[in-house]
Design a protein around this ligand. Structure first.
Ligand SMILES: Nc1ncnc2c1ncn2[C@@H]1O[C@H](COP(=O)(O)OP(=O)(O)O)[C@@H](O)[C@H]1O
Ligand SMILES: [Mg+2]
Length: 317
């Protein structure tokens, strides 16, 4: 029987560099910093669920050993109370010397790209003030949103979503530990949905286990993700000029999987590449997807926009 009472993203949060799946180049460099006892400020950039926070914690565990809790502070920079609260907390934490035989403490600041430019300037000054006693590890989705003076003070690491092979390794590892029976088709469904996001995979595995069975259908419906084959069939109907059938199928998919128009456009957009049409037509349709999404986000009627998008599949290039 699998354990579904604890939260798996915490249960399976890697505790050592060796536990972590993928990110091998980044790990190699971070280990070198630790061996030399010389860690610069770090900036971790990349999408969600791929190990940024986890690696910050692993650095602290490895570097501080038993004293890691006392010497490590985690804050969310986008906390609605703002940069002033962050500065006060940093000040309190940085005021006292690091515990144990280590030269500095580590402060992990998540979601730094949510800070305004002014707040980032304040953060930069805070970093300067406490450089002798603290190292900062900053995390952001996009490094381009971080002001240059901060970027230039940090060693920048660009995290990539995990490869399909690595995602599969993670699925197999957890499935084995939890005694889950999961076939290759369900694994493939998880890999497709995850797009390299481990947190998503782990959460879906846990919900699947709670639902009793991990089948491809289960996985897609838990993820609110339409089956790729169904989307492809819908688009092929439109290409064949069967507009009404195509539209009805699309509506049906949205209701079955509980998808919003924006969710479905993303899936349509990625399916276009697999259709048997000219590259020119593909590009035109991708362009239309972008336009449709924009209109929907701006508040236009979503069904009207989706129908208009399907109509584009029928029109000749
Ligand atoms: N590289 C990875 N290897 C194994 N599990 C991972 C990895 N990255 C993320 N996870 C899983 O996803 C959860 C969230 O990861 P986290 O490091 O918080 O992501 P983020 O990049 O958003 O900071 C972890 O607790 C763990 O379960
Ligand atoms: Mg994180």
């Amino acid at each position: 029987m699998s354990d579904i009472t604890t939260i798996w993203t915490e249960k399976y949060r890697p505790k050592t560099f060796e536990d972590l799946t993928g990110q091998t180049e980044i790990i190699k460099k971070l280990k070198a910093f630790i061996e030399k006892q010389n860690i610069p400020h770090l900036l971790f950039a990349g999408p969600a669920g791929i190990g940024k926070s986890t690696l910050a914690l692993i650095i602290a565990r490895t570097f501080f050993g038993e004293h890691y809790r006392e010497n490590f502070l985690e804050l969310n920079a986008s906390d609605e109370r703002g940069i002033d609260v962050v500065r006060v907390k940093v000040k309190d934490f940085a005021r006292t010397k690091a515990l144990g035989n280590v030269p500095f403490k580590i402060i992990f600041l998540d979601e730094c790209d949510a800070l305004t430019k002014e707040a980032q300037q304040a953060l930069r000054r805070t970093m300067e003030n406490y450089t002798s006693t603290c190292r900062f590890v900053l995390a952001a989705n996009y490094s381009s949103k971080i002001i240059d003076p901060i970027q230039s003070r940090c060693a920048v690491f660009r995290f990539k979503p995990l490869s399909n092979e690595h995602v599969e390794q993670l699925i197999t590892k957890i499935a084995t530990q939890e005694n889950l029976s999961i076939g290759q088709e369900a694994k493939n469904a998880l890999i497709t949905i995850a797009e390299g996001d481990c947190r998503r995979v782990v959460n879906l595995l846990q919900s699947g286990a709670a639902a009793g069975e991990i089948t491809p259908d289960n996985v897609y419906s838990l993820a609110s993700y339409a089956k790729p084959t169904e989307i492809k069939e819908t688009l092929n109907l439109a290409l064949a000029g069967k507009f009404v059938e195509s539209r009805d199928k699309l509506l049906n998919i949205m209701l079955t999987y509980g998808l919003s128009a924006v969710d479905i456009i993303k899936q349509i957009q990625s399916t276009i590449w697999q259709l048997d049409i000219s590259n020119r037509k593909k590009v035109q349709l991708i362009d239309k997807c972008g336009e449709t999404e924009f209109r929907i986000v701006e508040g236009s009627d979503e069904f009207l926009q989706l129908e208009a998008l399907l109509a584009q599949f029928i029109l000749n290039e």
